[in-house]
Design a protein around this ligand. Sequence first.
Ligand SMILES: Cc1cc2nc3c(=O)[nH]c(=O)nc-3n(C[C@H](O)[C@H](O)[C@H](O)COP(=O)(O)OP(=O)(O)OC[C@H]3O[C@@H](n4cnc5c(N)ncnc54)[C@H](O)[C@@H]3O)c2cc1C
Length: 446
Amino acid sequence: MTQKKMNDMSNAEDVPRAITVAVIGAGMAGLIAARELHRRGIDVVVLESAARPGGRMLAETTALGSRIDLGGQWIGHGHHRFETLAAELGATVFRMHTPKRPEIVDGDSRIRNSSLAIAAATTGLLALEIAARLGAPRAWKTQTVRSWLRHVPGRRARRLLELLVSVSTTADLDRYSMHAFLEMIRYQGGLTAMLSTAGGAQESLVLEGAGTLTERLAAELEGRVVFDSVVTALHRDETGVTVHSASGTYRAAEVIVAVPPPMAARIAHHPELPTARNQLQDNTYMGSVYKAIAVYDRPFWRGRAHAELLVLTSPGMAVFDTSPPGGPGHLCVLIAGPEARNLDGLDSGARRAAVLGPLSAHLGPAVLKPAGWHEKPWHLDENVGGGYTALPDIGHDEGSFPASSERVGHLHWAGTETAGEHAGYIEGAIESGERAAHEVIETLSE
Ligand SMILES: Cc1cc2nc3c(=O)[nH]c(=O)nc-3n(C[C@H](O)[C@H](O)[C@H](O)COP(=O)(O)OP(=O)(O)OC[C@H]3O[C@@H](n4cnc5c(N)ncnc54)[C@H](O)[C@@H]3O)c2cc1C
């Protein structure tokens, strides 16, 4: 059936369209769940509020014909589901070009590894790692990361730690508790795993763009993904769920909500959801992150320096060389938290100058003249609300990973936040989609 026909049918407001399973959200989690159900011959529809699939994943084609990702992109060490999916969908995975450690720069100067600032920051990181292993005291639920940072000696060391926490979590540090941060470190298997490239969370990339995988999954669903179809209300009873969406009303036996908790809070429920689920949705927020990719004929900087940098001046940034092998040069820039939002008031030209200007002293003036420029402030995306993930608000820990996926009658929950392993990552989104699909299959066979 064509998508138009599906839309037309469901637009007949008074007659809900009968469907076995409705999946809400065409991000990686929702698409994986829907594909599994579709493969088993189960009648499924995916309702997506945006006009495209992918959610927090989005690939674009550059002026030089290469593919880049403005959303999730890296395959981390041990992210086997992601790697398998890429191979299955005919994509090519390559190891990122990376040095042993990033260069830390402040204005025009590079900070030496032997400096006091690096020693103090390393001690701070070690203290965090140990505290995460020991378990965070409950009193730290209201102590912010920002207030903890004040104890770190030296402006540069503090700034470096601020940047590392911010870019690795996208949290606002005065809204992020030490308890939540230490829980995150523990869950992710330590700071080294979170921050590293080789052997860590930023190991490999997809040549065609990781976002392409979601496009291919949506295509496999043969018109069963209905775009521009925000779900506004769910009425559940003993036999199923009535789904109200911008593309009409559906009556489903089972529903999978594959939307991050703070965004799921916008859906009205009748009857009300259990308190614990409401608290998860109400006490979490999406992180703020701005991502840009500058494209060059070739990675010209490699003759002079490597381009993995932590830039301490404002806006603080993490820069990576994500160039494909033998292809054009791709410089990937991440700016997080309030510093990401500070860029929102600038026009694109001013933002580009603010981002690339500080790199000129380190990579050469050619960095100022990219052949292509791609950018996205994710916190302004009304469909996903931000990234990388949902975060627990200060004083609460409902959003610590993994978020609860306890079903509520015929409602099931997916989304990276609910993954048992690698929550927050694409790997976690895949795992959660598989788990929710199997939960539904089991229920249908009862
Ligand atoms: C800038 C950035 C960089 C990242 N980098 C990496 C990385 O390198 N590696 C990695 O593994 N992960 C990374 N991530 C995280 C990764 O992208 C996510 O973990 C993953 O894509 C989440 O998938 P999901 O399906 O759980 O949720 P989402 O992708 O958020 O999907 C949810 C979908 O639900 C839709 N939706 C929301 N509300 C409704 C509604 N009411 N009705 C209908 N539809 C609705 C949304 O439009 C969206 O399409 C990054 C994220 C960002 C933003």
